[in-house]
Design a binder for this molecule. Structure first.
Ligand code: NAD
Length: 251
């Protein structure tokens, strides 16, 4: 790791799990590049203030992670502002529910574009910085949905399985450069996205009952695992997927 202040990019950082990770990394001493799409600009500014209130730098980088042009511009902005990037957390993701029978092709494409291609594009854009430093930590937010899945989420499940497969091979390719790549698989977490599963009290109870810890997760529950995988304590951990799901039992 460089002697300079540690730096991390968190995508999809304006709310939910991404915001919790961005603030959580600032609490752990990182300067944080916070990314989201342009329409989240004002909300992202509030996250930036929170990070600056912790005495750390916040660099706001607006980009749609599924756009190669925007992602490359984002990496250039980070290089110009921070000079180096120790870690990236690919958290940006979308879920549009729909059964396979009748699923619109555009829904398949958008979910794959943001969740799977977005992860690939962001990783590709920051690899030159990490390779030059011979150091990097890549943490990709997949999902227990990518291992098990639930009805109406086949395309989401496919996108998250893609993230896990991508990460396993990435780890093999970049290890020689001192870079690790791992996945975190959140369970059911109370966020705007999580509410798709949780709005109905009966469904919420069903998920609680399936969870060893008998509760729905909060965004902050995901932070510790991400911070660990981004740290030097995880120097010899790569190509792994870690569930952060309160012990969900899916049969
Ligand atoms: P969320 O919808 O609350 O937040 C997602 C964030 O990503 C938003 O800020 C959104 O604006 C941003 N985003 C969406 N498309 C983007 C794009 N193209 N470019 C840049 N940013 C974009 O969702 P969340 O629950 O906080 O989910 C965060 C991650 O965790 C996602 O990858 C999601 O799939 C994963 N996850 C969530 C749960 C859950 O239960 N909430 C469970 C498993 C995995």
């Amino acid at each position: 790791m460089s002697e300079a202040t540690r730096t991390v990019l968190v995508t999809g950082a304006s709310r939910g799990i991404g915001k919790a990770i961005a603030v959580g990394m600032a609490k752990r001493g990182y300067d944080v590049a916070i990314n989201d799409i342009a329409r989240q600009k004002d909300v992202l500014a509030e996250v930036a203030s929170e990070i600056e209130g912790l005495g750390r730098k916040a660099l706001t980088v607006l980009a749609d992670v599924s756009s190669k042009t925007e992602v490359e511009a984002m990496a250039a902005e980070i290089k110009a502002a921070f000079g180096h990037l120790d870690a990236v957390v690919n958290n940006a993701g979308i879920l549009i529910a729909g059964e396979v029978d009748g699923l619109k092709e555009e829904y398949w494409d958008s979910v794959m574009d943001v969740n799977a291609k977005g992860t690939f594009l962001v990783v590709q854009s920051v690899l030159p910085m990490m390779k030059a430093a011979k150091y990097g930590r890549i943490v990709n937010i997949a999902s227990i949905g990518g291992k098990h899945g639930a009805p109406e989420q086949a395309h989401y499940s496919a996108s998250k399985a893609a993230v896990m497969g991508f990460t396993r091979v990435l780890a093999q390719e970049v290890g020689v450069d001192g870079i690790t790549a791992n996945c975190v698989c959140p369970g059911i977490i109370m966020t705007d996205m999580g509410r798709v599963n949780l709005d109905d009290p009966a469904i919420r109870k069903m998920w609680q009952d399936k969870t060893a810890l008998r509760r729905i997760g909060d965004p902050e529950d995901v932070v510790g695992a991400v911070a660990f995988l981004a740290s030097d304590d995880a120097a010899f951990v790569t190509g792994q997927t870690l569930n952060v799901d309160g012990g969900i039992v899916l049969s």
